[in-house]
Design a binder for this molecule. Structure first.
Ligand code: PRP
Ligand code: URA
Length: 208
């Protein structure tokens, strides 16, 4: 499956603010959350709906709703939690799992330090959240941990993706659809995305 890139002038505008090194923690956090919400709309375009009857102030009508129980959202800690606020705005009853990982600064390989997901996760479509898809190492580990739990339907939502990370996931898990706000140029020698936005976790939490 080809990665789906949001292509919209407003998204481009928000990304310009996000990438700017002068943008402070508050605005950075708000935009990460907003883009998380927009990506959620895009990734749930194919959501199944069921018919309900409601009454408007004017008359009865038949309309459609989604079953929120069919989904679970799994942010990769830390930075993925920044996308969660926006997602909860649109799917308020979302069940949420957490995968804690950090990249080793020398090998760039992810280390898993936490894994807690809803107990019926295998019955849900799972949307993994992480603003940055760089080498793809963290994404691959998250996908593999969730598949080991029996999850069959997975999507990966990120804000900026490097071609290297997209390729890594597409090669090993062609069934996992990637959604991103932007595909950037490449990685640098420290496996940071160029032009990118720097360290997403540090900018969300103000740790540097
Ligand atoms: C960042 C980012 C991803 C990972 C991407 O997390 O949020 O999880 O790096 O890189 P990869 O595709 O090469 O694995 P980081 O390890 O910096 O942890 P943090 O969210 O706690 O800052
Ligand atoms: N993680 C980040 O936060 N930023 C990058 O550019 C790469 C990995």
């Amino acid at each position: 499956m080809k990665a789906i890139e949001l292509n919209h002038p407003l998204v481009e505008h928000k990304l310009a603010i996000l990438r700017d090194k002068k943008t402070g923690t508050k605005e950075f956090r708000e935009i990460i959350s907003e883009l998380g919400e927009i990506l959620c709309y895009e990734a749930m375009k194919d959501a199944k709906t069921y018919e309900v009857e409601i009454e408007t102030p004017m008359q009865k009508m038949k309309t459609r709703k989604i079953n929120e129980d069919n989904y679970a959202f799994v942010p990769i800690l830390r930075a993925g939690t920044g996308m969660l606020d926006g997602i909860i705005n649109v799917v308020p009853n979302a069940k949420i799992g957490h995968i804690g990982m950090y990249r080793d600064e020398e090998t760039f390989k992810p280390n898993v330090y936490f894994f807690k997901v809803p107990k019926d996760i295998e019955q849900r479509e799972v949307l993994i959240l992480d603003p940055m898809l760089a080498t793809g190492g963290s994404g691959l580990d998250a996908i593999e941990l969730l598949k080991e739990k029996g999850v069959k339907h997975l999507k990966f939502l990120c804000i900026i993706a490097a071609p290297e990370g997209i390729k890594a996931i597409e090669d090993k898990h062609p069934d996992v659809q990637i959604y991103c706000a932007k595909i950037d140029e490449k990685l640098n020698e420290h496996a940071y995305i160029l032009p990118g936005l720097g360290d997403a976790g540090d900018r969300i939490f103000g740790t540097k």
